[in-house]
Design a protein around this ligand. Sequence first.
Ligand code: NAP
Length: 317
Amino acid sequence: MMAGFTPFRRLAIIGIGLIGSSIARACRQHGLAEEIVAIDRDAGVRDRVVALGLADVVTGDAAEGVAGADHVILCVPVMANAALAAIISPYLAPGTIVSDVGSVKGAVVKDVAPHLPEGVFFVPAHPVAGTEHSGPDAGFAALFVNRWSILTPPEGTPEEATRRIRAFWEAMGANVEIMTPEHHDLVLAITSHVPHLIAYNIVGTAADMERVTQSEVIKFSAGGFRDFTRIAASDPTMWRDVFLTNKDAVLEMLGRFNEDLLALQRMIRWGDGDELHKLFTRTRAIRRGIIAQGQETAAPDFGRTPAPLPPVKADPA
Ligand code: NAP
C-alpha cells in the first residue's frame, strides 16, 4: 500500500473490462482494498476474472455485489450508468462513495446523481488512459501510471469524499485534476472525442474507396493511415455512447475543425506554401510539448521496433 492511503474495506467494481480490470489489478498490486468484488453481467467475463484472480468475490448480481461496499466504481459504457445506478441505489450503505470512469462527465452526473440515496457520496472520475483493446484480459495494473485522472465532484460533495478518491487514483500512479463536468466535456471533446471521430471517418472513407483497392490501403498503410486505424479500432459501444452523450461539445469542436479544414483546403488550392509551412511548424511544437510532459515517447514512430534486416542472399557462384 502507498503511504497516506487507507485501503477501502470492500471495493465493488461493476463492469470488468479494460478499465475495470485494470483498477482491480492496480488495487491488488498496491493493496488499496481489503476485499475486491467484481460484478459483471457476462458469465464468460466472470470466468476470466476467476481464472485471472482479479477479485475476492465475483458475481453477476449488482445489487448483491454492492451490499456492504464502502466504494463502488461503475466501469461500464456511459449510457449504461443510469440503469445500473437505479438497480444498486437501494443497496448502498450510508457513507459509501460511488464513482465511475466514464469518458463523458455531464451525462454521468445527470444520470447517476438523482438515483443516489442521502448520505451516499458521488465523485465521478475519468482516467485519461486507455488502449484500443477491451475486456478483462486487456487490462494491466500500470495503465494509470503518469496519466491524468479528472474528478468532477458535483456541488455539495463533502471534501473528504473527493480527497479520498484523489488519494485512491494517486495510489494507482495517476495525477489528479478537479474540474466541472461541463469543462471536462469541452476539453475532452477536442483532445479525445473529435480525434476519434476523425479516425473513424478516415478509416471509413478508405474502406469505401473505389479507385484504390482495399489491399492497397492495407499494403501502403505505413504512410500514416495505420496510425488512425489503431484509434478507429476502439470499442464501438463505448464510442457510440460518447458521441451521443457529449453531443453539444463535440458539435462545437467539429464546427471549428471544419472551418480550419476549409482554410487548409484553400491554402492547397491557392498554392500558399508559406501558410502551410507555418501551420505544420506550430503543430510540431505541440507534439514536442506532449513528449516533454511524459505523455508520449520521444522514440521515432511511437517506439515501434524496426523489423530486422532480412539475410543477404549470397551471389550465385
Ligand atoms: P470494456 O472493456 O468494453 O468493458 C465494459 C464493461 O461494461 C464490460 O464488462 C461490459 O460487459 C460491461 N457492460 C457493457 N454494457 C453494460 C450494461 N448495459 N450493463 C452492465 N454492464 C455493461 O470497456 P472499457 O474500455 O473498460 O470502458 C468502460 C468505461 O471506461 C466507459 O465508460 C468508457 O467511456 C471509460 N473509459 C474508457 C477508456 C478506454 O480507452 N477504453 C479510457 C477511459 C475511460 P459485456 O462484456 O457483457 O458487454
